[in-house]
Write a protein that binds this ligand. Sequence first.
Ligand code: ADP
Ligand code: MG
Length: 253
Amino acid sequence: MTPADPAPLIRFERLNKWFGDSFHVLRDIDLTVARGERIVVCGPSGSGKSTLIRCINALEPFQEGRLLVDGIELGVEGREDDRAVTRVRQRVGMVFQQFNLFPHLTVLQNLTLAPMHVARLPRARAEAQALQQLERVHIAEQAHKFPLQLSGGQQQRVAIARALCLAPQILLFDEPTSALDPEMIHEVLDVMGELARQGITMVCVTHEMGFARSVADRVVFMDQGQIVEQGPPDRFFDQPRTRRAQAFLERIL
Ligand code: ADP
Ligand code: MG
């Protein structure tokens, strides 16, 4: 955080969320993410990681607490403000485990769809910008192919380029390499590392601990809907402070 930009880009304040009446999935979440910061979120399956990051993009309502993205308040369930949701989504790009590309559209068409129809860019500009983003993920030569003609690693890089086409301030990744064959994982992680070095704010759910160590400024460890521990990656991996983090790391390392 620079002195000129003291406000965090993302701020959770004692956020609580339930699924239905009784399942308390996020518990008293306090978390701030500074502009340019790179966060890795890890923790056991079912601990609430996906739900947490989906809140940032207003894909999940929450019932208590506050959540501000770039100063824009996303209200609690029942008091959401559509304009705030739209403004937040303009700032946040998301990359999922399943790439969610349209199979009947070419790579280029997948990338120009939202810029043309949501952001109302003329086709020529949308295409020029799409090609730029494809270059950024080293895949411009595949622009006229269909997704299923590409490898999983290439498809995921297309999905990253698609998110970048809307010029987000924040990129959210939800286990972006979990659906990939092992030999393709590194090509996606390499691209994510390059984006991180270019200064984009990232919140990334991943179990790729090598990536966390080399790219993250901070690791956030969740268990049973709570943030149990957070800190710089070297400290988290080498000297986890809680038994729950120790047990998790013993299982995955
Ligand atoms: P993680 O990403 O850490 O594996 P999730 O955030 O996906 O965890 O899920 C946390 C818990 O919430 C899990 O027990 C999951 O089964 C449950 N859950 C997720 N989505 C829903 C939903 N739409 N309705 C009810 N329960 C859900
Ligand atoms: Mg998940």
